[in-house]
Design a protein around this ligand. Structure first.
Ligand code: ATP
Ligand code: MG
Length: 481
């Protein structure tokens, strides 16, 4: 068993030294005679030097008492699920730091008695709580009173060797909550760890058990996986174990495909590369991790298996795979209970992902560019990212040519937008104001005055009402004389 490095010890000490209000919270539990531990992802992340603003605790106190104790420190308290024993609160320290704290009553070791299985049984000791956590690296606890690390399942060793392993037997753990199989894939991507062979074997053998889990919980884990910096290994694990076949069958279906040139590169590999590139571009263009962008990358070619045709001469075609893909995307995202907004956005991107390909063949007219912009609507930036990412050819010159062509298109969109903005520019005073200022009725003079003001505006930019009025009167006086 590895012992803590000085660095890890210091990291743990510094979590416990978080501001005075968080410390006061811990004291309240100890004074009331309760055990109080920092636990789960918080301990893991502290040890990895990547603790965010979440602090998860577990305690011997029951939910009602947790709430009373928490209220003595902060009034920002909410109920995450009293029946599950979780109370949450927000604590602001004077230095401006802000913590979202979740406190959960010890769960009992539900593996002890598999015949009687209520959803949640509260327990009286830490050990029972830790064994029913998902993975060993998430099953360590830090006793707040004396900074002692409690690690009955070797989580620290697995953290060092970067392994995802269950505290109890993997099959037992996954049958207790099949969602843990999805979580394994998520942590493989989020932490960059490897799944223990026993975990992979259990996932493979029990994949079909995921069907008892609600679509919403499955979706939430899938979202967390997709929003990591490196979804590829987690997605591969889902596909290799057969879980993807159930939760996202369109993805493994891509594996059977050869690319357009019928070479040995399948659409599945291409799709993962597009996702990698979309994530890189997302960063390069200054965006936060973007779910719609990532889903569009995953789904952009799912219409291919259904539309594949072997043409005479050995060619393969995928006519209308964009339209078919958009339909399949909508169906899958609805089944996974994604919001209407997200579903529409991703489906639109899938449907438009080929549109650019006509561009390289010949220069688009302004109206073709305008239509592209109009059809993309508020998804234009994401369409730029998807279309650019969709180029995965190893032919450097071809890739470069495509990149240049797309650059040119983006440039033309900007230029056109600027020009059209210019065209829609109006003078500072409209016809009615001009007639009021000059004290005249409708007639050709109003048009001349309008043109004068428009020229002045194009020359100098917005003049403002007062200056425009003054210049209009000067123009009028000069004209009269
Ligand atoms: P992050 O917050 O970075 O997503 P986390 O490890 O904190 O990761 P949460 O989903 O916040 O994950 O869960 C908090 C802790 O609760 C986990 O570390 C784990 O100990 C436990 N846990 C969560 N979900 C499960 C589950 N389905 N089965 C068993 N234990 C779980
Ligand atoms: Mg957490």
């Amino acid at each position: 068993m590895p012992s803590l490095t000085d660095e890890q010890r210091a990291a743990l000490a510094s979590v416990l030294a978080t501001g005075p209000r968080v410390r006061k919270l811990a004291r309240q539990f100890e004074r009331a005679g309760h055990e109080f531990y920092l636990v789960g992802g918080s301990v893991r992340d502290a040890l990895m030097g990547r603790l965010g603003n979440d602090l998860d605790y577990t305690t011997s106190a029951r939910p009602d008492e947790i709430e009373a104790l928490v209220r003595s420190v902060t009034s920002a308290v909410w109920d995450v699920g009293r029946e599950f024993g979780t109370i949450a609160c927000r604590i602001r320290e004077d230095d401006g730091s802000e913590w979202v704290v979740e406190i959960t009553t010890f769960r009992a070791d539900s593996y002890a008695d598999h015949t009687r299985k209520p959803d949640v049984i509260f327990g009286d000791h830490l050990g029972g709580d830790l064994i029913r956590r998902d993975f060993t690296v998430n099953a360590m606890a830090l006793r707040v009173s004396d900074a002692e690390l409690l690690d009955p399942f070797g989580g620290l060793a697995d953290l060092v060797t970067e392994v995802i392993r269950t505290p109890a037997a993997a099959e037992l753990s996954f049958s207790d909550d099949p969602l843990r199989m999805m979580r394994a894939a998520r942590f493989v991507s989020q932490l960059g760890f490897h799944p223990d062979p026993e975990v992979v074997a259990a996932m493979t053998g029990m994949a079909s058990r995921i069907t008892i889990v609600s679509a919403e919980r499955i979706r939430d884990e899938l979202v967390k996986l997709l929003l990591t910096d490196n979804p590829r290994p987690g997605l591969n694990l889902l596909v290799d174990t057969g879980l993807a076949e159930i939760v996202l069958p369109e993805l493994p279906a891509l594996k059977m495909e050869r690319d357009e040139h019928n070479r040995h590169k399948d659409v599945y590999e291409h799709t993962l590369t597009v996702l990698d590139q979309a994530i890189e571009l997302e960063k390069a263009r200054g965006h936060e991790p973007d779910l719609v962008n990532r889903l569009a990358a995953i789904f952009h070619d799912i219409g291919k298996p259904r539309t594949r045709k072997f043409e005479p001469g050995g060619k393969v075609s995928f006519h209308h795979h964009d339209v078919v893909g958009a339909k399949l995307t909508t169906k899958r995202m609805q089944a996974l209970r994604f919001s209407t907004q997200e579903t529409k956005s991703v489906a639109k991107l899938v449907e438009l992902h080929l549109r650019f390909h006509g561009y390289a063949d010949g220069e688009w007219t302004d109206s073709a560019v305008r239509r592209y912009v109009r059809d993309a609507g508020d998804q234009l930036e994401r369409l730029h990212i998807l279309t650019r990412s969709d180029c995965t050819t190893r032919n450097v010159r071809k890739a470069q040519a495509l990149r240049r062509a797309y650059e040119e298109l983006e440039w033309r969109i900007d230029e056109l937008a600027a020009r059209e903005e210019l065209e829609s520019t109006r003078p500072d005073l409209d016809g009615t104001r001009i007639m009021e200022v000059l004290g005249i009725g409708p007639g050709p003079v109003v048009g001349q005055a309008y043109k004068f003001l428009l020229e002045r505006r194009l020359e100098d930019g917005p003049l403002g009402e007062e200056r425009a009025t003054r210049e209009l009167l000067q123009w009028w006086a000069a004209r009269e004389s």
